[in-house]
Design a binder for this molecule. Sequence first.
Ligand code: FES
Length: 101
Amino acid sequence: MVEIHVCVVGCCKENGGLNIRDEFLRLAKQMGFQEEVKIVEAECLGTCKYRPSVMVTDGEKKYYYGMMNTDVVKDILKYHLGLIKDTKTFENNLVKVETDK
Ligand code: FES
């Protein structure tokens, strides 16, 4: 299960957070991965500077993305589903990676 936390408050909301959430929802459904992906409306993720912000977790690592726009949503989703390996189209959006353990 891949969890995608989309910040939908504060300046992330003002900068399109809800559109980012909607695009993740739309694409997960269109691609037939509703069961594999959980999209969560998040409060502040602590990366406001990079708004709008998203955090993707596989249970082991947390990938924080910033400066999100709807164009990069599809590749980020595909990457975390293991459908693509190339991160070039969204490498500038990756802010940090944290390990839970
Ligand atoms: S308000 Fe979205 S990361 Fe802080």
